[in-house]
Write a protein that binds this ligand. Structure first.
Ligand SMILES: Nc1ncnc2c1ncn2[C@@H]1O[C@H](COP(=O)(O)OP(=O)(O)OP(=O)(O)O)[C@@H](O)[C@H]1O
Ligand SMILES: [Mg+2]
Length: 325
């Protein structure tokens, strides 16, 4: 069967050599009604999503929500109990070898040889993929040039994460699965990783990312799914998801007399001196509070105002008896 390449504008080197995999037009990653079980336990329950070339899709969710299991199934490490996964039009379990050159994976746990140096690890990887040697350039891109001669076993957790990213970049993948690529990174490294992920999507790579950070998803993702107990509980852009929750204003008024508060549209609660207002009228209620504080000389210590955070969204999802798909 002859496949047409999905993006005609991709650079030629992307479809040469090990990356010579083409597929019919359609999503680069398509997960349909996917269920995965460990014994009788359902870890992933009828999950569906699709990711096109140049798109970044983020999977969020608490520990154990089923993100890694979904990714492991999409990269062909395990077979679905029900439903299907397609990557570049192929079944990743049956065609794992065919897909190997086009699909890169940053696993949640790295499996490097501790005795090799960072540069040797990249050399081994590029040799394996029959790519030109490019250790220096790749280490530079992930800000590890100064660690080139250091044994992997002596790299910090964040440095290993960045080495993992360098290996993923080496093959110029058509699809990248990145399971928590920024966990454990310092803020500057996180931003650098964001830049590199953006570069990949701009060049047409489809990226499936898991993260515990809503700001990361907001920064990078075209679409986000929040997983809860194996199911997709919320789907959309970060703005769409947070818009469905009340915004929060919190502060420690000093002095604090709850009875003296102005009339607000939102609901107030007090916990250990921290006043929280949940409101659909963020700007108006904030204005009322600031105005009240100015008139009465109350100091609004630790004032924060903004949309619901991921923690708050998770807490509300967990409070639901079962996740709503
Ligand atoms: N090999 C396994 N055998 C049995 N149960 C497993 C196995 N791997 C994962 N699980 C269970 O399946 C569920 C989903 O795990 P998974 O690793 O997919 O979650 P996750 O969303 O990636 O979590 P985290 O944020 O902690 O990485 C969890 O309840 C976990 O305990
Ligand atoms: Mg995981």
């Amino acid at each position: 069967m002859r496949f047409r390449h999905y993006r005609r504008d991709l650079p030629n080197r992307r479809i040469e050599g090990m990356n010579a995999i083409t597929h019919e037009p359609g999503p680069a990653v398509e997960i349909r009604d996917l269920s995965c079980r460990y014994g009788s336990f359902t870890a992933v329950d009828r999950v569906s999503f699709a990711v096109g070339p140049g798109e970044l899709f983020a999977l969020l969710g608490t520990n154990g929500a089923g993100k890694t299991t979904t990714i492991e199934t999409a990269i062909g490490m395990r077979r679905p109990a029900a439903g299907s996964a397609r990557v570049l039009g192929r079944d990743p379990y049956r065609h794992r070898r065919d897909l190997a050159g086009a699909v890169a994976v940053i696993g949640q746990e790295t499996g490097f040889a501790d005795d090799l140096t960072a540069a040797e690890t990249i050399k081994l990887w590029t040799d394996l993929h029959r790519l030109p040697s490019q250790s220096d350039a790749l280490l530079e891109r992930v800000d590890l040039a100064h660690r080139a001669a250091v044994r992997v076993g002596a790299l910090s957790g964040g440095e290993r994460r960045r080495l993992d990213l360098a290996l993923a970049l080496a093959t110029s993948p058509t699809v990248l699965f990145a399971d928590e690529p920024t966990t454990g990174l310092d803020p500057a490294s996180r931003r650098r990783t964001w830049g590199l992920l953006r570069e990949l999507t701009q060049r047409g790579t489809a990226v499936v990312l898991t993260t515990h950070y809503l700001d990361e998803a907001a920064e990078l993702a075209d679409h986000v799914a929040i997983m809860d107990r194996g199911r997709i509980a919320r789907f959309g852009t970060v703005a769409e998801i947070t818009a469905a929750y009340e915004a929060r204003i919190s502060m420690r008024p000093k002095p604090f007399d709850p009875l003296a508060l102005p009339a607000l549209a939102g609901r107030t609660s007090v916990d250990d001196g921290l006043l929280t207002v949940r409101t659909t009228e963020l700007q108006a209620d904030l204005h009322r509070l600031l105005d009240w504080a100015a008139r009465t000389g109350v100091d609004l210590a630790d004032l924060k105002a903004g949309p619901a955070t991921l923690d708050e969204i998770f807490a509300e999802l967990e409070a639901e008896p079962t996740a709503t798909p």
